[in-house]
Design a protein around this ligand. Structure first.
Ligand SMILES: Cc1cc2nc3c(=O)[nH]c(=O)nc-3n(C[C@H](O)[C@H](O)[C@H](O)COP(=O)(O)O)c2cc1C
Length: 172
């Protein structure tokens, strides 16, 4: 959400966990070809908060709709039909249709490159996790219920996460 209250939503595949204690995640908004920055980064600089929502197969079409390079005044919740619901700890709303929402407070922005196609690393501490009870088995998220997707190479190629395999970690 911008400082003036406009909602903003966009997919980011350059995304990972950076720390489990405290829980900190990281993602990377890139610099656009014309050298300008993305709305997501501008909003986070202004408000120092954001929400990360995990994308499942069920909302992949809506996720794709949010990825258009719309001007800052466009609310991608309205564009995609996804539903904003209030967060507990931050001003930005979360996505009702997503089964995992992570409310974050900015800890650090590392500008890696300001050149076109460069990018920044945004680090945020997760203040609150929201996990839909329907995807939880015991105290763990069941991947067969989460239906996470992955972004593959190219502009529009994705994978499902149904075909998994196990490996035993070596003992030192
Ligand atoms: C599946 C998918 C993954 C994406 N991942 C990234 C990413 O990791 N970093 C990035 O800068 N843009 C990524 N994009 C493009 C942004 O979503 C797109 O530039 C969007 O318009 C940014 O919105 P904003 O200006 O509101 O921040 C991705 C797009 C898609 C469809």
């Amino acid at each position: 959400m911008s400082a003036s209250g406009t909602y903003n939503l966009a997919p980011f595949s350059f995304f990972t966990c950076a720390s489990a204690n405290p829980p900190v995640l990281a993602f990377c908004p890139m610099v656009k070809p014309d050298g300008s920055g993305k709305d997501t980064l501008a909003n986070i600089r202004e408000t120092r908060e954001f929400v990360v929502n995990i994308v499942s197969e069920e909302i992949s079409a809506q996720m794709n709709l949010t990825s258009g390079e719309y001007p800052p005044e466009v609310d991608e919740f309205a564009v995609s039909g996804l539903t904003p619901i209030p967060s507990d700890c931050v001003g930005a709303p979360r996505v009702a249709e997503s089964s995992v929402n992570m409310e974050c407070r900015l800890t650090q922005i590392v500008e890696v490159s300001s050149k076109p196609a460069g990018g920044s690393l945004v680090l945020g501490e997760v203040l609150r996790f929201h996990i839909d009870d329907r995807i939880v088995d015991g105290f763990k998220i069941d991947p067969d219920r989460l239906h996470a997707i992955g972004r593959m190479g190219g502009p529009g190629s994705y994978s499902r996460t149904r075909d998994r395999f196990e490996l035993t970690r070596p003992k030192a």
